[in-house]
Design a binder for this molecule. Structure first.
Ligand SMILES: *[C@@H]1O[C@H](CO)[C@@H](O)[C@H](O)[C@H]1NC(C)=O
Ligand SMILES: *[C@@H]1O[C@H](CO)[C@@H](O)[C@H](O)[C@H]1NC(C)=O
Length: 596
């Protein structure tokens, strides 16, 4: 049949076909970002009167770009549990739960839409609009992919229209926090573009517009980025240098977003920019005060992270570590560097940061604290718990699967147990932002020891006397609302953070353990009840008071992360499967590459 239709152009067509076949098979060896053909995405022209960041003349130009690793094919082990079909009634119950989460999201979204459209945030109690992330509509961009995942297509399309109005070439803010801008905005745009399968090119255009702006923060003599960035200096052609004292997580969490941007646009400069930062960390990882880990603060101007003595998986460090296994996934396993860096870090952390807290219930759990290196042999552990560190369970679970470290699954589960216990120990059932607990010396045997508890309370509270009568001690503990197992509650707020549910979601997808869904449901009910306000959901001031007072703040991560993870834990396991997607630290899933 085909031969009868041969046209006079047949020889030309044949050459094209041969070329295409050749191309296809050469791609076979190459990395093809999942679902997309490698794109050469053309920048749309910049409107009159706007600064064209893509054409800005660099002071410290890169002479040769480090290219995305593209050759070879690595088989990454399956991450998700092989789920069986749910029984019908269980499925119905789960769908109802998912719908409750969706209703909560719609409540928050409509507060933002009606009161703060195109502003960064709505204040959920007063209904006023707030801007503190460049005034680029943080809540809208951050929630785009959640709208898609929850199948709110009308709202999604309206939000995409909103995105067209955002101007990422400028801001009224003098200083840009490049870290927050990257994870919330760039991550949000790329994820929405990926999820909608490239159907809305404006999302990638805007990601590129923002990427071109952020790229100028890397224009320093040693190519280390500026984290608190006076962007106008770059626009005005002034010399820039990276900071003397920069936060590890802020300088070390650009990799996923910049890599995805290079993958989707074909412009190598973004990947090049972050790979130079990674190479610096890789060089220094084994020569810090705690070899294997990087400290909270470093000198980016001199590219030196050797001086600081404090190490943690919590605030100021977290996503630097989180991005090591995730970047490995986004690169399709083609860079062993990220795997090595992760394994060094996690082995060091297990030996030094992780501990088992003592509890009356004798819960088999783990937490990670902060370590202060007085000297190479004098290591001080501060048993500080933080909601932020609750992401660690998910990270360790992912690492266990993709790097074939089966023992780490149990570790991940115990870390999740630690966060659940911290929630369940509060009268509100919601864990506080930071607190201290009592570490056991031994992770297998950790019996309750009342005296030890009191000694630890005294260590962190000058006015607590462990020698006082039992009645007096009990009165102090009651008045100060310090509960068994806790030695202090240092920050009693809940600011709508996602990290606890994030790890529960990941562990659920890895293990299929339905108990995690039950715990998630209890957690969601309490959070929704206490935080619900007229125009959204509000951060809470004190998790030791029932009901907890509201503080009139709803950060964009509530709709971007917390509600998304609550929704996904009650969704079909193939909705944003961990075997197809990798989440950035703001819960924005990027499509993982697959090899033909
Ligand atoms: C900017 O940096 C260049 C190259 O290091 C140097 O020659 C020049 O003097 C600097 N300009 C200012 C204003 O410091
Ligand atoms: C914990 O205690 C058990 C039982 O006494 C012992 O076998 C084990 O070696 C201890 N582990 C550590 C890390 O001290």
């Amino acid at each position: 049949m085909l031969t009868s239709r041969l046209s006079p152009l047949y020889p030309l067509t044949a050459i094209t076909v041969i070329l295409l076949v050749y191309f296809y098979y050469s791609l076979d060896l190459e990395f093809t970002p999942g679902g997309f053909k490698p794109q050469q995405f053309t920048r749309p022209p910049v409107a009159d009167g706007k600064f064209d960041w893509a054409k800005r003349v660099e002071k410290n130009p890169v002479t040769s770009f480090i290219q995305l690793p593209m050759r070879g094919a690595v088989k990454i082990p399956r991450i998700q549990f092989r789920f069986q079909e749910d029984s019908v009634s269980a499925a119905r119950e789960t769908i109802e739960k998912r719908n409750e989460v969706k209703q909560a999201f719609k409540h928050a979204w409509s507060g933002y839409r009606n009161r703060a459209w195109l502003k960064d945030e709505v204040a959920p109690v007063s209904g006023i609009a707030r801007s503190h992330f460049g005034n680029w509509a943080a809540s809208l961009v951050d929630a785009l992919d959640t709208l898609w995942i929850m199948d709110l297509r009308t709202e999604f399309e309206e939000a995409v229209e909103g995105v067209k109005k955002i101007d990422f070439t400028t801001t009224a803010d003098i200083e840009i926090n490049t870290f927050e801008t990257n994870i919330r905005y760039l991550g949000g745009l790329l994820s929405a573009y990926d999820l909608s399968n490239g159907k809305y090119p404006v999302l990638l255009e805007k990601a590129l517009e923002l990427g071109d702006l952020l790229y100028a923060a890397f224009d320093t003599p040693n190519r280390m980025p500026i984290t608190r960035w006076r962007w106008q200096r770059a626009r005005d052609g002034e010399n820039q240098t990276a900071g003397y004292g920069v936060v590890l997580s802020e300088i070390g969490s650009f990799s996923l977003e910049f890599t995805r941007l290079s993958q989707l646009t074909g412009d190598p400069k973004f990947y090049d920019a972050i790979q130079r930062v990674t190479d610096m960390f890789a060089e220094q990882q084994q020569v810090t005060k705690l070899p294997g880990m990087l400290p909270l603060v470093g000198n980016a101007k001199e590219a030196d992270f050797g001086a600081d003595r404090t190490f943690s998986f919590g605030a100021m460090a977290d996503s630097f570590y989180e991005y090591l296994p995730k970047q490995y996934l986004l690169l399709g396993g083609l860079s062993g560097q990220y795997r090595r860096m992760y394994e060094h870090a996690i082995d060091t952390a297990k030996d030094n940061l992780m501990f088992r807290p003592m509890s009356k219930e004798n819960v088999d759990m783990l937490m990670t604290g902060n370590v202060y290196m007085k000297s190479p042999s004098d290591i001080e552990l501060d048993p500080l718990g933080q909601h932020l560190t609750c992401f660690v369970g998910g990270m360790v679970g992912l690492g266990a699967k993709i790097f074939d470290r089966p023992d780490d699954i149990a570790t991940a589960r115990k870390l999740v147990n630690g966060c659940l216990w911290a929630h369940q120990s509060m009268p509100t059932g919601i864990m506080p932002e930071t607190y201290r607990v009592v570490p056991c010396d031994n992770t297998t045997i950790c019996a309750w020891d009342e005296k030890k508890w009191h000694t630890e309370v005294a260590r962190w509270n000058n006015d607590f006397e462990p020698t006082a009568s039992a009645m007096k001690k009990n009165k102090w503990l009651e008045e100060n609302r310090v509960y068994p197992g806790f030695s202090a509650i240092t920050d009693r707020r809940y600011i709508l953070r996602p990290e606890a549910i994030e790890s529960m979601f990941i562990l659920y997808r890895i293990t299929g353990d339905k108990k995690l869904q039950d715990d998630a449901w209890n957690m969601f009910r309490l959070i929704d009840t206490y935080t619900r306000a007229e125009f959204g959901h509000s951060a809470l001031r004190d998790m030791t008071v029932v009901p907890p007072p509201k503080s009139d703040s709803m950060e964009s991560f509530w709709m971007a992360e917390t509600l998304k993870y609550f929704y996904l834990i009650f969704s079909e396991p193939d909705l944003v499967s961990l075997d197809d997607w990798v989440f950035n630290t703001e819960a924005h899933p990027f499509k993982r590459p697959h090899f033909k």
